[in-house]
Design a protein around this ligand. Structure first.
Ligand code: FMN
Length: 141
């Protein structure tokens, strides 16, 4: 709330997309939701928008919460301040993904293409998942 500039009353019960930045590629959110809905955790870089329109990057660790029977009952996210060096890799990648999404008048096609582009970028870098890829650009802290 301090960083985003929202008061508690403005965000309680609201979707996380309140702070969605228009320059965030949809394919990254697809990856996030696909992963956590499958019961796995994900680390991801996310560009958010504060109430005053400023942007702020976070390195998010998003995990499902399980009940005693192993059913998913919710999700939560811890965020760290990203290293500047990591953002030098992420910013141009997300920019290309956004361009691809915008290039297609049919948003479904745009998402399919940017999704492929994201997976190709990870594979070209020599990794089998976005997580493994971003850990190589994320210094230990
Ligand atoms: C625990 C959790 C934390 C999230 N944090 C953010 C966040 O910081 N910023 C964001 O834009 N979306 C976040 N999301 C994803 C949003 O729910 C949403 O999918 C995204 O903002 C895209 O919104 P849209 O589908 O309405 O375009 C989070 C989701 C979960 C489950």
């Amino acid at each position: 709330m301090t960083v985003s500039g929202y008061a508690e009353s403005e965000v309680m019960g609201k979707p996380h997309s309140v702070i969605r930045h228009p320059e965030m590629p949809r394919c990254v959110f697809k990856l996030l939701w696909d992963t956590i809905a499958d019961g796995r955790e994900i680390f991801a870089y996310v560009n958010n928008m504060a109430k005053n329109g400023d942007n702020y990057w976070v390195f998010a660790h998003v995990t499902p919460n399980f009940d005693a029977a192993g059913q998913i009952i919710g999700y939560h996210s811890n965020r760290r301040v990203p290293e500047k060096a990591a953002l030098e890799t992420i910013k141009p990648l997300y920019c290309s993904l956004m361009e691809e999404e915008r290039r297609h008048p049919d948003s479904k096609v745009g998402l399919e293409r940017s999704w492929k582009m994201l997976n190709d970028a990870v594979a070209t870098a020599g990794f089998d998942s976005y997580d493994r890829f971003i850990f190589t650009i994320t210094p230990e802290n």
